[in-house]
Write a protein that binds this ligand. Structure first.
Ligand SMILES: [Zn+2]
Length: 436
C-alpha cells in the first residue's frame, strides 16, 4: 500500500531530473519591424522609399512596403526620417595595437595582450561608427587578431564581424617587418611569424597562419610607406613566391590580399592570382587593364594620405615616411580615378589604425570626389566588400536570410556621403548597438 502512496513523489522526482525546457518549444526569437523612410538597395543600385524591414532574431526575414501589415507582436523601430543601408564593411583595417605615431619603435612597447585589449576598444569604436564587418589585414604581433575575432564572436567583446589575416607574409627586413632599430636587435618570434624568403618558406608560413585560424592571407608584395628603409616602388616578392601563397591559400579555400604600391609589384600579384590589391598607389594603365581582366579588387585607402600629411607634420613623423606619403598620395588618387573609369572591381578599405578607428567613413566622400557615384561608393562598402571577403551569402545587402546588419543616417537618399560619418543607428545581427 505504501508503494502506491509514494508513487507520485517518485514521478515528481524523475520529472525534476529531466533537463529544463527539453519538453518545451524553443523561446520565440525577437521580432522587429524597422520603418525606413529610405532604403538603399545596393543589389539593384536603387533608393526605395517607405519600406519596412522585418527582422527575426539575428536575420532579415523580409522587406515590404510601409503600407503592408506588420506581423503581430513585432517591436517597431521608427526610422522614417532616415536612410537605412546595409552595415558598412571596411576591407582594410588594423584593429589590434596602437595607432600609428611618430615613434617607429612603438610596436615594441606593448605586449600582445596589451595589443588585443586596445583592439577591443577599437572594435567598439568601429562598430559604433556603422562598420558591422571588417577585413582586418594584419598585425605585428601574430594572431592577436584571431583572439579578438573569437572574443567578438563569443560575445565577450563588442565589435564588428572580423575576417582576419593573422600576420603579414613579408620578406625579411621588408614592408611587413618592424623596422627602424639597430641591426643587432633581435625581434620577438611573434613579430616575425610571416617572414619568408622563398616559395617553400611562403607555403610553410601560409600553412602555419591558416592552421592558427586566420580567414585570409595578407602578403606584402612591395615596400611600404610606413616601414623605414623599404621602398613602395620595389617588388620585394617575385611572382613565383606570390603564386606559392595563392596556391597554398586556395587549398584551404582562402583568398590572398596583396599589399602593393609599385606598378611592377601590382602586376606580379595580379598574374599570381591574388584577390585584391591593397593601396595600389603607383598603378599604371597596364595594371588597371589586368585587374579588370582578372576581376582583381582594388582596395585603395585614398583618404589616408591627407591624414598622414596633417598629423605627421604636426607631430613630427619620420621624414622618410612623410616623403613616401607625398610620393604616393596624389598618384594613388589619380590611379583610383582611372581604375573606377575602367570598371575595376572596387572594395572599400581605409587602413584605419594608421588614423583613428571610427573615422572609417571619412573616405566615402573622397571616393565620390575621385570618380565614383554615391551609390557606387556605398556598394564598394557593402555588397562588393562582402563579395571580396567571400561572405556575400550572409552580409552586404538588405536581403531576406542575411544577418540583420543595418545602419541609418539622417535625411533622404545618399546625397552627400559625409553624413555617413554621423551614423544615427547601428544594428548588428538584429541587436541595436546604437539608437537614434
Ligand atoms: Zn594596412
Amino acid at each position: 500500500m505504501i508503494r502506491w502512496q509514494i508513487l507520485p513523489a517518485i514521478v515528481a522526482a524523475l520529472a525534476s531530473l529531466t533537463p529544463v525546457g527539453s519538453a518545451q518549444s524553443p523561446p520565440a526569437q525577437p521580432l522587429i519591424a524597422i520603418r525606413a523612410g529610405w532604403l538603399a538597395d545596393v543589389v539593384s543600385g536603387q533608393i526605395l522609399q517607405n519600406q519596412t524591414i522585418i527582422v527575426r532574431g539575428e536575420r532579415i526575414e523580409g522587406v515590404q512596403p510601409a503600407s503592408a501589415k506588420i506581423p503581430a507582436g513585432a517591436r517597431v523601430i521608427d526610422l522614417s526620417r532616415f536612410t537605412v543601408t546595409p552595415g558598412l564593411i571596411d576591407c582594410h583595417t588594423h584593429l589590434a595595437g596602437d595607432l600609428q605615431s611618430a615613434d617607429v619603435l612603438q610596436p615594441l612597447k606593448r605586449s600582445g595582450a596589451q595589443d588585443v585589449m586596445l583592439g577591443a576598444l577599437h572594435a567598439r569604436q568601429t562598430l559604433e561608427a556603422g562598420f558591422t564587418t571588417v577585413r582586418d589585414v594584419g598585425t605585428y604581433r601574430a594572431f592577436v587578431d584571431i583572439a579578438l575575432r573569437d572574443a567578438i564572436n563569443d560575445g565577450i567583446v563588442v565589435g564588428p564581424r572580423m575576417a582576419v589575416a593573422g600576420a603579414y607574409i613579408t620578406v625579411s627586413t621588408g614592408g611587413g617587418e618592424v623596422t627602424g632599430m639597430a641591426r643587432d636587435v633581435v625581434l620577438p618570434a611573434d613579430m616575425r611569424a610571416g617572414v619568408a624568403n622563398s616559395p617553400d618558406e611562403v607555403r610553410q608560413r601560409v600553412r602555419e597562419i591558416l592552421n592558427a585560424g586566420a580567414d585570409l592571407i595578407k602578403i606584402i608584395v612591395t615596400g611600404a610607406v610606413l616601414t623605414n628603409g623599404t621602398n613602395p616602388g620595389v617588388a620585394e616578392f617575385n611572382e613565383e613566391e606570390i603564386r606559392a601563397a595563392v596556391e597554398e591559400a586556395n587549398k584551404y579555400g582562402v583568398k590572398v590580399a596583396a599589399h602593393a604600391h609599385g606598378a611592377e609589384g601590382i602586376k606580379k600579384a595580379v598574374r599570381a592570382g591574388v584577390a585584391s590589391i591593397e593601396h595600389g598607389s603607383l598603378i599604371d594603365d597596364e595594371g588597371i587593364r589586368m585587374m579588370k581582366e582578372h576581376g582583381t579588387y582594388l582596395v585603395a585607402d585614398i583618404f589616408n594620405g591627407d591624414y598622414i600629411d596633417s598629423v605627421g607634420k604636426k607631430t613630427g613623423w619620420d621624414a622618410e615616411i612623410m616623403r613616401k606619403n607625398e610620393e604616393t598620395t596624389d598618384a594613388q588618387r589619380e590611379g583610383f580615378r582611372k581604375a573606377v573609369a575602367a570598371g575595376v572591381p572596387m572594395a572599400f578599405g581605409t587602413d584605419a589604425g594608421v588614423y583613428p578607428h571610427g573615422q572609417n567613413a571619412r573616405q566615402l566622400p573622397y571616393m565620390v570626389r575621385f570618380g565614383m557615384t554615391p551609390m557606387g561608393a556605398l556598394q564598394a562598402a557593402t555588397i562588393s566588400a562582402a563579395k571580396l571577403i567571400g561572405w556575400d551569402d550572409r552580409i552586404g545587402s538588405i536581403s531576406p536570410g542575411k544577418y540583420a546588419d543595418l545602419i541609418a543616417v539622417e535625411g533622404g537618399g545618399l546625397g552627400d556621403l559625409s553624413r555617413f560619418s554621423r551614423v544615427s543607428f547601428v544594428m548588428k545581427s538584429g541587436v541595436v548597438v546604437k539608437g537614434p
